[in-house]
Design a protein around this ligand. Structure first.
Ligand code: FES
Ligand SMILES: [Fe+2]
Length: 343
């Protein structure tokens, strides 16, 4: 599936940037191939326009924010958050034609990030109750592009057959390659949910993070997939510690995803430093990145082109659900020409 060629994917909300990055100047981001300029309006709400001035196509993200509006760097035309041109410095006494405008997109803030939806939303932004629970702290973790398809990362998150290989240096039990069956598996209207218990080993840094001396523990895990490219993983340890990881693989283009990850924990900085938490999750995440950036970005939704095993059920369900989504909106799956090289 080539994500930029499937219009239905424009009807989901995606996190695109920490809102803290908008404090002083407009920023650019590319979502599903659509260049965006993002900034904070006069009410300090994030807004998003096409990153193309309607005069001579200069990039508005190279301009500046003036009184909550964005000023083009080329000739100074100024646009508000609806995309309406409100100032033409060269013609101050003439009415501004209605055609002087730039397409605007839905944009809002949630969980400390700017979210954008390029068309009429099919679903709301995923609800994460712990993000507003005062017993939990939020730790921003990663904001970086990966050269892989979002679907690869989504199925990886639910793939209990890979930690024993990919994460053998951080938590995977290499000597136990047969993963336990999920305890619960359910499809939801816009995703899936899976509960499972995964035995893991503890590195020294993780013993500190979990405040345990045990070299082995179990993760009681609940993974939730929110179509198309967001997941949460809620891990409860026997100590009572809860570590929730939010990961979005926001599609930049067909080959590239912006990885946005934060975690929520029911402990305190005095007990475990955010630095230590990030360090462990960074090591694990880089192990996944190394593998996933070697996979092909044109993920087939059909079952014929790649081979499967029983532990692949979540990834298979994801493909079925995405294929059904395309079908129900009259789209066919767009693929690379078959003669294209694999990577
Ligand atoms: S290109 Fe933007 S004002 Fe001329
Ligand atoms: Fe992994």
């Amino acid at each position: 599936m080539l994500v930029t060629q499937q219009p239905i994917l424009r009807r989901f909300w995606y996190p695109v940037m920490p809102i803290a990055q908008l404090q002083t100047a407009p920023q650019s981001f590319q979502l599903l191939g659509q260049p965006l300029v993002l900034w904070l309006d006069a009410a300090r709400n994030p807004v998003a326009l096409d990153d193309r001035c309607c005069h001579r196509t200069a990039r508005l993200s190279q301009g500046s924010v003036v009184a909550g509006n964005v000023r083009c760097p080329y000739h100074g035309w100024t646009f508000d958050g609806t995309g309406t041109c409100i100032e033409v410095p060269q013609c101050p006494d003439r009415p501004i034609p209605k055609t002087y405008r730039v397409p605007a997109f839905r944009c809002t803030e949630r969980y400390g990030y700017v979210w954008v939806c390029l068309a009429d939303p099919l679903t709301p932004i995923p609800d994460i109750p712990e993000a507003i629970d005062p017993h939990f702290r939020q730790i921003p973790q990663f904001y970086e592009p990966w050269r892989c398809a979002g679907l690869r990362l989504m199925e990886n998150s639910f793939d209990n057959a890979h930690p024993q290989f990919v994460h053998a240096k951080t938590f995977g039990l290499a000597q136990e390659p047969v993963p336990p069956d999920p305890d619960e598996f359910e499809e939801t209207p816009w995703g899936l949910r899976m509960k499972y218990i995964l035995p893991v080993f503890n590195l020294d840094v993780q013993k500190q993070n979990l405040q345990t001396q045990e070299t082995r523990t179990v993760r009681m895990s609940e993974g939730t997939w929110f179509m198309p490219f967001i997941r949460t993983l809620k891990i409860t340890y026997p100590t009572g510690l809860i570590h929730i990881i939010f990961t979005a693989a926001t599609p930049i283009d067909d080959r590239t995803s912006q990885i946005i990850q934060f975690c929520l924990r029911n402990d305190t900085e005095a007990e475990v430093s955010a630095e230590n938490v990030i360090a462990f999750d960074r090591a694990v995440t880089l192990e996944d990145k190394n593998i996933l950036e070697g996979t092909h970005y044109d993920v087939p939704l059909n079952m014929r082109e790649e081979q499967h095993m029983t532990t692949d059920k979540p990834g298979i369900v994801m493909r079925h659900k995405l294929a059904a989504l395309l079908r129900s909106h009259g789209e066919t799956e767009q693929r690379l020409p078959s003669q294209s090289p694999l990577c």
